[in-house]
Ligand binder design. Sequence first.
Ligand code: PXG
Length: 466
Amino acid sequence: MSAVMKNKPAARGTADWQAADAAHYLHPFTDFKALAAKGTRIVTKGDNIYLWDSEGHKILDAMSGLWCVNVGYGRQELIDAATAQLKQLAFYNSFFQTATPPAIELAELLAQVSPPQFQHVFFSGSGSEGNDTIVRMVRRYWELMGQPERTVIISRHNAYHGSTMAGASLGGMWGMHAQGGLPIPGIVHIEQPCWFELGQAMSRDDFGLKAAGWLEQKILEVGADKVAAFIGEPVQGAGGVIVPPPTYWPEVQRICDQHGVLVVSDEVICGFGRTGQWFGCETFGFTPDLMTFAKGVSSGYVPLGGVLVGERVAKVLVEQGGEFHHGYTYSGHPVACAVALANIRLLQRERIVERVREELGPYLAKQFERLAEHPLVGEAQSCGMMGALQLVRNKASSEAFDPSLEVGMVCRGHCFGNGLIMRAVGDRMIVAPPLVMTIAQIDEMVALIHRCLDLTLADVKQRGWM
Ligand code: PXG
């Protein structure tokens, strides 16, 4: 291909983009053949909570990009921070006894905004890498503690912790485990605290205690002296916005404390205000030893992740000395850290976390209670600025649709067609909109959701599925 063709001017249109995409671009979590046949949707512009595609359609982005653009698109403060840092020093590493001012300042600020046990941070480029760091770090900790046989990490079915070998192993997604020889050794799973699927015979509070009890059973089965850590998302995001009963996390904490097991909170989605506190563990009342973060730390403007390390672990890692043989080229990338600093300062200045807690979260919850009355909806759950609607065939009995009908995908199709991005996890429809929405924008989103539920209902009836 000639240089001229490679640098084609701006005249490219949708069909052209789609052809080049199909020819060269392998998308994540995608059936390549099916997408090439269908054609990719090309997203070209973002402003506030809206996106535009290459056909000029305006779309309300109720998923914040991918659970990350929490302050909305086009914020000048973040653009300026990136530009200034790119000019000043686009990159330097933190490996050879060096550091850059933005990385140091971000570490300092993260210690301020996180719960008091966190005074140290290890940076990565993503949430998956952060969870790889978690596996390496908790095993290193127990080695230094003189208990090297404590290696097993307990996680949960239907958890999502990323797509690297360790991240996907920690996760509990069967489709991922079925490819590539996962999970890696030393990672075991218990059932998720999903009341709708597993607990409807009992009260939510009783079910929360029962689900935490599965952790204790697993610890005893493996042997407490072999268990290094338990990891969980405060609210399971990619699994379908599964909000655990309030009894769950405090009981998990009690069990881990009793057996000396480290508690890891994967805050990649819940962190930085999504649940109405800075971190999800604060909303659910537990005190983790380690927290993974990514996404909302930089509002997705640039890739950044990492691990906040609580004093129990940090003290041992720091005081015992010896090299931790682990790190990434982009650990503490100065541009990413500069953007994250601007993002966190923006969250502070505009009191966005408080607004989610006091105003937006409660308002969204009220609107979701209304949506729960829809004939297609078996359960509505929300927490801060995330919510889920479980679609059912029979509202009275909570009977599910045959999964092979893919009713969630039918609903998602109506959402796309009506200018709304809402995700389908099986037949669970989920939103995680930007934290900067106005009340009027929540109303706009909920009206769109309502319309798409109506269209799905009509569609499902017409197909004879209900
Ligand atoms: N932990 C959690 C809780 C996540 O939600 C990761 C780790 C991994 O982060 P990175 O930055 O490596 O992707 C995530 C990511 C979905 C979806 O379909 C969710 C995520 C990623 C991709 C798709 O909801 N979450």
